[in-house]
Structures are given as C-alpha cells and as structure tokens.
Design a protein. Structure first.
Length: 214
C-alpha cells in the first residue's frame, strides 16, 4: 500500500510542477484521489489556496497570481475594469479584489479567495476586444487597454444598482491619460471603440482635452 501512496503523491507533485495551479477535478482526471490530496495538505506538501484549488508550498508566483487563481476557479470569466487596468500598468491603484465579468445568466461564483468583484457583460462584450495571456501556467482572458478604459467610463456612475461598486470617474480618467501617454491606445482607436460601444458622447470631451496639446 505504501508504494501506491508514494506513487500517487509523486504524480500529484508532478502535476503541480507542470501546471502550477491544479483543481481537484484535474487531480481526479489524472487518477489522484481526494484522500491523497487531503493527506498531502495535512503534511504541508501542498497548499490549498482556494476552493478545490492547490499549489506547491513556497512556489514562486507571478505578481498577477490572483488573476491566475480567479481564472482557474472561473474559467469562463474575463478579468476587467480595475484589475485589467492594473494588469496593463495604467494605474497605481492596487485592486483589493479581482474584478471579473461573467455572462448575464451565469451563476455567481462561490469564490471567497481571492475576493472577486463580479460584473455582468453581454455575451458579445465578453468576447469583444479581449486578450489571452498565460499567468503562472493558467490561461487568463483580460480586456484590452482601450476596451478596459471604455468599460471604466461605462461604470463611472455612482448611482443605481448596476453601479453599486463603481470604480468612479477618477480611475477612468487616470487610465485614459496613462494609456494615451504610453501609447497603449491611440485617440483614433479609442474614439472608434467608444463610438461602437455607445460611449463616445461621454468620453469625447475628455479625449479631446487630453490630446489637444499633444
């Protein structure tokens, strides 16, 4: 019995070394039992960092590790708004939670670690102007810089149920200013996207003010 136990332990470690973050369902698919993972966790050989999600102890992680964890736990979600702005290095703000978009009819994830701020996008917006990245071995979908800024202006309002946790206008302006300064967006490009998403009327005065002396 002991050799089999060690074999399962070794297989679990190998899976974690190759993938960094592994869910219980992935262990099960590899023939590794929940009892094995529970035993390894008690010994400190693995660390549970979220509901059914594990990594090796003292594992070196990316600065955006929480985004990888969130994407692993909610693979259909899209990192957006404040978290996307921080990922693209367009703000000095350090988000206290991971901002993630899901579909209008998707069940709200029962995730407590990392803390999530859930917003809902239409199916078209979940796929529009997003980038695909690999963070700590995990595929993570994140809104592109221009799309992130347009979304921040969309969620700038402070009143109404939809905007209950609005990041506010100042963050949208900071992102727009920094994205133009670093040329991660162009005035024409952001104007075009804002127009297509129905936000140009709102954003135009700010874009023109920031580019009038450029």
């Amino acid at each position: 019995m002991k050799p089999d136990r060690l074999s399962l332990d070794d297989r679990a470690r190998d899976l974690l070394q190759r993938n960094n973050l592994v869910r219980l369902s992935e262990f099960a698919a590899a023939g590794i039992t929940t009892a094995t993972i529970s035993r390894m966790e008690k010994r400190g050989d693995v660390v549970r960092i979220g509901r059914g999600l594990y990594q090796l102890p003292n594992q070196s992680v990316d600065a955006n590790h929480d985004l990888a964890v969130a994407a692993k736990l909610v693979p259909t979600g899209v990192i957006c708004l404040v978290s996307a702005l921080a990922f693209h290095e367009l703000t000095d703000t350090i988000p206290s939670r991971v901002w993630m978009a899901i579909g209008p009819k998707d069940r709200k994830p029962a995730v407590t670690q990392p803390a999530l701020q859930i917003v809902r996008f239409s199916p078209d917006l979940l796929r529009r102007d997003v980038g695909h990245y690999t963070i700590d071995g995990v595929a993570v979908t994140i809104t592109a810089p221009a799309r992130t800024i347009v979304d921040l202006f969309r969620y700038r309002a402070s009143a109404g149920r939809r905007y209950k946790n609005s990041p506010g206008l100042n963050l949208a302006l900071e992102g727009l200013r920094e994205a133009l300064r670093t040329r991660k967006v162009t005035p024409a490009g952001i104007a075009r996207l804002a127009d297509e998403l129905g936000m140009w009327k709102t954003m135009r005065p700010y874009v023109e003010a920031l580019t009038s002396h450029a």
